[in-house]
Design a binder for this molecule. Structure first.
Ligand SMILES: Nc1ncnc2c1ncn2[C@@H]1O[C@H](COP(=O)(O)OP(=O)(O)OP(=O)(O)O)[C@@H](O)[C@H]1O
Length: 239
């Protein structure tokens, strides 16, 4: 059996735009295996966020298929897709999306409670996930009593809590200072090493260095890894 946790096969996402269309993703195929972190890089507008939204079942392809742990997302009804997203996929957004009137521990426990886990077990799992990101001591604080870096680590804990096997991170280090960014990446890397699979969208080559492999997008297409262009050229920066 394949160890692929995420599999894109000929995936396209086309948006109508004026008289024509925008090919946000154009026949993209790749896999991410258990224990593997794949970085996605590319210039602004190249399709990175679209790729992540399709991987997380937040959006559907116009062609091709997306499989998570062998299940084709397009074959699921809305309820089954919501369950799979809730139980198996952790999503870290650029903005933290924490619920402001819940404590840190309650924010992290929320997806588990929504999954039907009892309140005390959800709390235990949340406390364990907060410990994993080094924030046991702020479990009972509210988001506005925490720094941006702490809020982002709580968002990571929420993405990791429970049995999530696929972690999707969109610029998770966003506005964080470099020390906090490294802490976030260490947490992500540790969970992947423990057997999950991850996709990390980043503009920063030094953060992509935490991944096992980097794939490059340009105009919605995967750029051949054997290209002679330098990473800087692929990212649209002159070298
Ligand atoms: N809802 C939409 N309707 C129409 N076009 C869209 C929509 N969402 C994205 N696009 C277009 O699809 C392309 C890819 O967008 P996407 O947000 O995936 O790029 P990105 O690489 O994540 O960019 P950035 O680095 O700036 O976040 C862009 O040309 C964008 O304008």
């Amino acid at each position: 059996m394949s160890e692929a946790v995420l599999c894109f096969t000929g995936v396209s996402r086309v948006y109508p735009a004026g008289d024509g269309v925008v090919r946000a993703l154009d026949e993209v195929s790749f896999e991410v295996s258990r224990g593997e972190l794949v970085a996605v890089m590319g210039p602004s507008g190249s399709g990175k966020s679209t790729l992540l939204a399709l991987a997380g079942g937040l959006d559907a392809p116009t062609a091709g298929s997306v499989h998570v742990e062998g299940v084709e997302l397009g074959g699921l009804d809305a309820t089954a897709l919501a369950r799979l997203r809730r139980d198996r996929i952790g999503y870290v957004f650029q903005d933290y999306n924490l619920v402001t009137d819940l404590t840190a521990a309650e924010n992290v426990a929320l997806p588990r409670e929504l999954a039907g886990v009892g309140a005390s077990r959800a709390r235990r799992e949340a406390v364990a996930a907060l410990a994993e990101v080094g924030l046991s001591d702020v479990a009972d604080r509210f988001p506005d009593q925490l720094s941006g870096g702490q809020q982002q680590r709580i968002a990571i804990a929420r993405a990791l809590v429970g049995q999530r096997q696929l972690v999707l991170a969109d610029e998770p280090t966003g506005a964080l200072d470099s020390r906090t960014s490294l802490a976030v990446l260490e947490v992500l890397r540790a969970r992947i090493d423990a057997g999950a699979a991850g996709v990390l969208v980043t503009h920063e080559p030094r953060y992509a260095g935490w991944a096992d492999r980097t794939i490059f997008l340009r105009d919605g297409r995967l750029v051949d890894a054997t290209t002679r262009e330098t990473p800087e050229q692929l990212l649209g920066r002159s070298s």
